[in-house]
Design a protein around this ligand. Sequence first.
Ligand SMILES: C[S@@+](CC[C@H](N)C(=O)[O-])C[C@H]1O[C@@H](n2cnc3c(N)ncnc32)[C@H](O)[C@@H]1O
Length: 340
Amino acid sequence: MNATPHPAAAAPDPSSIVRLSTAYWESQTLLTANRLRLFDFLADGARSAEEVAAGLHLDPRSTALFLRACAGLGFLTETSGQYANAPVAAAFLVSRSPAFMGNVIRYSDQLYATWGKLEDALRSGQPALPAETYLGDDPERTRGFVMAMHERALGIARALVPLLDLRGRRAMLDVGGGPGTYSVLLTERFPGLKSEVLELPGVAAVARELVAAAGASDRVSLRDGDYHSADFGSGKDVVLMSGMFHRESEAACRGLIARAAACLDAGGLLVVSDVFTDPGGTQPTFATMFGLNMMLTAPDGGVHADADVMRWMMDAGLRELRMAPLPPPMPHRVVMGVKP
Ligand SMILES: C[S@@+](CC[C@H](N)C(=O)[O-])C[C@H]1O[C@@H](n2cnc3c(N)ncnc32)[C@H](O)[C@@H]1O
């Protein structure tokens, strides 16, 4: 029997190998520029390499090479020896920009060394970074993690919030709600809706500050608790579970879904938003990489397939199941189900 050869098998091409074996050079260049606050330094106008070196206390020769690399990556422009922020850097990498992503990048920066321990984690089956470090034990890292989640949620919310029609709904439970960003934005968009964010104490403390700063303390409350054991209450009409299934096993996710379903009134909505794979688990690539990132940073961390989550919801008695992918570059997909 003649089988048609797989296209990738027909002509192996080493380009991806060459590219990926050095991809961390580019990552580290961006992470370092962000850490040095290079883009803030250039926010008010172009500077020479000597001025950047003097202003950021760097070595002049190294800085010249570094700035050229940043320009090569498209983050800076260079004109007659003067370096300026390119539009993408001005929009996302300058701290006074409303779309600043610096804390998200800083979180990746902090995980750079953790990724260097991938082999250890593969051998031991243990995360290379204890999750408690950034979920309360280390106050500075916890604050950094919460600020990173907040920045990321502000971006994702532009697609997630319009997707959810919560008109007429009054009581939301935001399980593992992190900075409370979605609760703040959803209760703003749907007057009459109040949300309770259930969070670990160290994270909740920072979230309280963010909710107060947003002027939303009258409609978003924070409750310290462990979502594995906390009472979800009753009479809810929305439960949001965003970005937490990737920390949990199938059994734990099923348990969380069952408890969410139990606390919902009839007609109540469960919304699960996360990075998910397609069935089979090997695509999209970002989701598989994200699974490794979670394996490195949480004991049960990984990535699930959205089709599996829909099945678990069905098993828990939820109906009207649907999945909506958020537009690129957001890797999230949203799975929803209604309690009959
Ligand atoms: C990736 S964050 C997502 C935060 C937020 N829902 C969002 O999407 O922006 C996962 C959150 O789950 C919280 N979390 C993890 N384990 C928890 C537990 N056992 N009980 C309560 N919250 C927990 C973490 O503190 C963190 O804020």
